[in-house]
Design a protein around this ligand. Structure first.
Ligand code: TA6
Length: 301
């Protein structure tokens, strides 16, 4: 991917610029009247989104982030596709699928009528993806950077065989203090507790974090809220075509096992992931399409 050509073909003066601060990992820098953002073409991966006037990025990005082909970037919005978590049948396969460790192509960039910036990145099946998942597909992420951050993940089955997917926008949110953060909206939802033998439990009230949390919630409402008193802000998550949500915080011990994650950073991040996973398996027929979306709205208080 030639940066000069990308800027000629898809750059937008003042609002969309392609850079390559890290050789081999092109980055799309977005700036408009509403926000600044950055998207890595490796993984189709939003790594930063900060609305104008906000004191902090919405996204957490590890201070020890590693850009290495074959490894997911620790932070921002990793795209887990076409499977969430371990491969359904083959444990030798990479966790969370092939999308986050592939280089995506730019399909389009535009300034919308409201002055927001919308880019569409595309991933198409290749010999490498067929090695891991033997289907033909087009996968698009439409990123709209405005007063809110809108993400739409669109799967198209371009082959002649039906296929099933699970997927997640595995978003790492920056928070001020893990001891104070709450996730609202999951009250009454059942969840798979992955830190307690996969037992099925029911959420009572808001989610608080006081140890490692790794929960796959089902029958989740379209609106969740991350309440972050330490940064005096709430982040609203409004999803479409998703009834599964994952809440994850590695806490102390797991943080120490991740080389691309500072040991104390569990205090300043929470993953709240918009997904179709667990029993929510999506079937896409030949020439069929499936779109899952989420919008993030930040409200200071
Ligand atoms: O979404 C939570 C989770 O599935 C955790 O189990 C943990 O593995 C996390 O994803 C991060 O996975 P990664 O492969 O990016 O290290």
């Amino acid at each position: 991917m030639d940066i000069t050509q990308l800027n000629q073909d898809f750059g937008i003066d003042g609002s969309v610029v392609f850079t390559e601060e890290l050789v081999g990992f092109p980055l799309i820098k977005i700036k408009n009247d509403f926000a600044v953002a950055a998207v890595s073409m490796y993984g189709g991966h939003v790594i930063s989104y900060q609305p104008v006037g906000a004191d902090h990025d919405l996204m957490y990005l590890s201070g020890d982030v590693v850009y290495k082909v074959g490894k997911g970037v620790r932070g921002g919005v990793p795209i887990c596709w076409p499977w969430f978590g371990p491969h359904p049948t083959d444990s030798s396969q990479p966790s969370h699928g092939v999308a986050r460790t592939s280089f995506w192509q730019v399909e389009s960039t535009e300034t919308t009528t409201t002055g927001a910036t919308r880019i569409i990145l595309k991933l198409t099946d290749s010999p490498e993806t067929h090695e891991l998942w033997d289907y033909s597909f087009e996968l698009r992420i439409a990123v709209t950077v405005g007063k809110t951050l809108n993400l739409e993940l669109i799967t198209r089955n371009t082959g002649d065989q039906v296929f099933e997917i699970t997927q997640a926008l595995h978003t790492y949110f920056k928070i001020g203090d893990v001891d104070q953060v709450q996730v609202l909206g999951l009250d009454g939802c059942d969840y798979i507790d992955k830190v307690d033998g996969g037992q099925i439990k029911t959420q009572l009230g808001e989610v608080a974090i006081a140890a490692e949390v790794d929960r796959v919630y089902s029958n989740v409402p379209a609106e969740l809220v991350i309440n972050d008193p330490a940064l005096s802000r709430k982040i609203k998550l409004i999803s479409k075509n998703s009834t599964t949500a994952i809440v994850w915080n590695p806490w102390i011990d797991k943080s120490k096992t991740m080389g691309d994650f500072p040991n104390d950073d569990y205090k300043h991040m929470i993953c709240v992931e918009t997904a179709n996973a667990a029993k929510e398996i999506i079937t896409v027929p030949p020439q069929g399409e499936y779109s899952m979306a989420v919008a993030y709205q930040c409200e200071a208080y």
